[in-house]
Design a protein around this ligand. Structure first.
Ligand code: HEM
Length: 347
C-alpha cells in the first residue's frame, strides 16, 4: 500500500504524527467556510483511490499503534466494551461485515477462508490466525464484537431497533470524544443525544432517526463529526477527564501548533442482515494544527470556521476557552482569499 505502520503513542510521550501521505488524505470535515449541525448523511460508497473513502473500513499507518492503545484502555477499564445478551447476533453480523470487507479490500493483509461455518481469519499485521465456528462464541477468545473490534480502528456501537426507535445496547468505545458507553448503554436515540445543543430544536435528530429506521442492508451511509483535542489523546472519555481536562489550560500561542489537534470522526451506519441492528463505526482521525496549515485551503477555512462558530457549539465541543488563541494563531495563515467548495485540499 506504499506505507508502513507507525510505531507511535497516543499517551505519555505522545509520539503520534501524520506522514505527508496521511496529511494529504486527512478527512478534513468542512466543505465551506462555516459550520452548523445538519442531517449531513451521504451514501457510504467507495471514494477516490487513496482517500479514506476508498474502502468500507479504512486501514492506515496508525493501525497497530491504535490497536495497542485500545488494549491498554481495556486492561484498565473493561467496561469500555459491553454487549447486552440479546446483541450477540449483531456482534456476529459485525464480525462478518468487517472480515469480509477487509479480506476483499486489503487481501495482502487480511484473509478469510470459509468451509461451511468453519472460518479461518488471518490478520497479518497483528500476526493473528484464528479458526472458529461462525455463530459459536465458545470458539473465539472473546465475544464476536470484542474479537473483531480489538483488530479494527475506530469505536463501534450496535443499536437494536424496536418500538420505532434505536437503542444503544452494545459497543467498543475507547477513542471517544467525551461520552461514555457505560453511561449511555440502554438509552434511545434522543436520550443519548440529549446533551447536544441547538440540534434538537432544529429537528436534526427527529429527521436523522426517521431516516435511520429505514436504513437498508447493503446501502450504508456516512457522516462527519468533529471536535478539538489537546495532545493526540485517543481516549478522551469522561472516565478519564482528570487526565485530559486540565491540559486545556496549557494551550499558548507558542505551543498551539504542536499540541492542538483537530479531531475528526468519520461515522458510518450499516444495517446488519441477521439481527436487523444498526452498526455505527466511529473512526477517529487526529491532526495537529501545524500539520493542517501545510494545506493553504484548510488553513484559511479552519480559521473562518473556528472564528465564526456559534458559541454554544464551541462550549459543547470544549474549546470555548481556547478559541481566541486558536483564531489568533490560525489568522496568520488566512490571507482572506476565497476558498473553493468541497473539502479536498487541491480543489
Ligand atoms: C445510531 C447511531 C448514532 C449514535 C450511537 C450516536 C451517538 C452519539 C453520541 C454518544 C454523542 C455524544 C453525546 C454526548 O455529548 O454525550 C453524539 C453526538 C452527536 N450526534 Fe450522534 N449518534 C448517532 C447517529 C447520529 C446521526 C445519524 C446524526 C445526524 C445528524 C448525529 C448527530 C450528532 C451530533 C450533531 C452530535 C454532536 C456532536 C458534536 O458537536 O461534537 N448522530 N452522537
Amino acid at each position: 500500500m506504499g506505507f508502513e505502520f507507525n510505531n507511535e503513542t497516543f499517551r505519555n510521550d505522545f509520539t503520534f504524527r501524520n506522514s505527508p501521505r496521511a496529511i494529504a488524505r486527512f478527512p478534513f470535515p468542512f466543505d465551506r467556510d462555516d459550520y452548523m449541525y445538519s442531517v449531513n448523511m451521504e451514501p457510504h460508497v467507495p471514494g477516490r483511490p487513496g482517500s479514506v473513502f476508498e474502502h468500507a473500513f479504512d486501514v492506515d499507518e496508525h493501525y497497530l499503534a491504535e490497536m495497542r492503545d485500545r488494549a491498554l484502555v481495556l486492561k484498565d477499564d473493561p467496561l469500555r466494551c459491553q454487549s447486552l445478551p440479546h446483541m450477540e447476533l449483531a456482534g456476529w453480523d459485525l464480525l462478518e461485515l468487517i472480515m469480509e470487507s477487509k479480506a476483499r479490500d486489503y487481501p495482502h493483509w487480511f484473509e478469510l477462508h470459509k468451509t461451511g461455518n468453519r472460518w479461518t481469519w488471518i490478520n497479518r499485521p497483528m500476526e493473528i490466525e484464528q479458526t472458529f465456528t461462525f455463530l459459536d462464541p465458545s470458539t473465539l477468545p472473546y465475544g464476536p464484537m470484542e474479537y473483531i473490534t480489538r483488530q479494527t480502528q475506530g469505536d463501534f456501537t450496535l443499536q437494536d431497533q424496536r418500538d420505532e426507535n434505536l437503542w444503544i445496547e452494545a459497543g467498543m468505545v475507547t477513542t471517544q470524544a467525551d461520552w461514555s458507553l457505560d453511561f449511555d448503554i440502554g438509552m434511545s436515540f434522543h436520550e443519548w443525544h440529549a446533551p447536544v445543543p441547538l440540534a434538537h430544536e432544529k429537528g436534526v435528530f427527529d429527521r436523522a432517526l426517521k431516516f435511520l429506521l429505514k436504513l437498508q442492508h447493503g446501502a450504508p451511509v456516512r457522516r462527519f463529526n468533529w471536535t478539538m483535542t489537546v495532545d493526540p489523546l485517543l481516549d478522551t472519555s469522561p472516565e478519564n477527564y482528570p487526565k485530559w481536562g486540565p491540559t486545556k489550560s496549557q494551550i499558548t500561542l507558542d505551543n498551539i501548533g504542536k499540541r492542538q489537534h483537530l479531531r475528526v470522526e468519520l461515522q458510518t451506519l450499516w444495517r446488519l442482515p441477521r439481527s436487523n441492528a444498526i452498526a455505527f463505526p466511529i473512526r477517529c482521525y487526529l491532526i495537529k494544527f501545524e500539520e493542517i496549515v501545510t494545506q493553504p485551503k484548510w488553513a484559511r477555512r479552519l480559521h473562518r470556521v473556528v472564528r465564526d462558530l456559534h458559541p454554544d457549539l464551541a462550549a459543547y465541543k470544549g474549546f470555548l476557552r481556547n478559541r481566541e488563541t486558536m483564531v489568533k494563531w490560525l489568522s496568520q495563515y488566512d490571507d482572506g482569499a476565497p476558498t473553493s467548495p468541497g473539502w479536498w485540499p487541491e480543489d
